[in-house]
Design a protein around this ligand. Structure first.
Ligand SMILES: NC(=O)c1ccc[n+]([C@@H]2O[C@H](COP(=O)([O-])OP(=O)(O)OC[C@H]3O[C@@H](n4cnc5c(N)ncnc54)[C@H](OP(=O)(O)O)[C@@H]3O)[C@@H](O)[C@H]2O)c1
Length: 223
């Protein structure tokens, strides 16, 4: 049996716990450190030093500080936290300076990433036909802090003139829809996450991808 990959979880909210459960069931991964399990906790530097790689699902308010601290320790990172993409240049500079590997995504679900490719393809086709208008909708559970979602911002970057509406209510783990609409007909593309398992599995796929690499990647590089 090969050695398990040692994981440091940064954030132990809904996603951190989902990944922890998957690791317990897995022969390939083990969680050796958890940071921010309790309110007022600090980063578990001692534990992170023992890990092969860190996975961050925290918040935009703390993620950049986490990346900086963990990069200085020379550990590779998987970043699932959203809402920080205005700081991409700063993070890229940290990745280069400390010679680590980092992979990030607003959405680690394989289905969602295939959905992105479908949007890319559709947007190219519809670009020749100005009679088609395009709009989007995303729905997330009421505890989600960022609005619009990182995924919605990503989709908006792919489609010119996209009008997006965000709803925060109920329990939905993540719904995104893009509609190309004209007087004559319309096409609706949508992705519904049924639970958080797809994000957690994708984050572990990202761990396997980045564990021996240096440089900055996004999940689309894997797809
Ligand atoms: N990329 C993807 O596929 C994907 C999928 C789902 C979610 N996300 C993103 O991942 C992030 C976490 O989502 P979640 O649903 O797991 O959230 P969550 O349940 O609110 O958990 C967030 C975790 O981070 C900690 N945290 C938050 N702010 C902190 C701060 N300022 N200092 C220290 N610790 C802090 C929380 O600690 P406390 O509980 O003590 O506050 C908690 O452990 C969000 O940005 C979300 O948008 C990404």
């Amino acid at each position: 049996m090969r050695n398990k990959i040692k994981i440091a979880l940064i954030g132990f909210g809904k996603m951190g716990q989902e990944i922890d459960t998957l690791c317990h069931e897995s022969e390939n991964f083990e969680v050796v450190s958890v940071s921010f399990k309790n309110i007022n906790d600090e980063l578990d530097i001692k534990g992170i030093k023992k890990a092969d790689i860190a996975i961050d699902f925290t918040s935009k308010d703390v993620v950049i500080k986490n990346i900086e601290t963990i990069a200085k320790l020379g550990k590779n990172l998987v970043i699932g936290t959203t809402g920080w993409y205005d700081h991409l240049d700063k993070v890229k500079a940290l990745v280069d300076k400390y010679q680590i590997g980092l992979i990030y995504s607003s959405n680690f679900s394989v289905g969602a990433n295939i959905f992105f490719k479908m949007i890319d393809f559709s947007a190219k086709l519809f670009a020749k036909f100005p009679e088609y208008d395009v709009y989007g909708l995303e729905i997330h559970h009421k505890a989600k802090l960022d609005s619009p979602s990182g995924t919605a911002l990503k989709i908006a970057g792919k489609v010119n003139g996209l009008h997006f509406t965000s709803i925060r209510a109920g329990r939905n783990p993540g719904f995104h829809e893009v509609v190309f609409d004209s007087n004559a007909d319309g096409i609706t593309l949508s992705h519904q996450a049924y639970n958080r398992a797809g994000f957690a599995k994708g984050a572990l796929v990202a761990v396997e991808f980045i564990k021996n690499k240096k440089g900055m990647y996004s999940f689309e590089d894997i797809i």
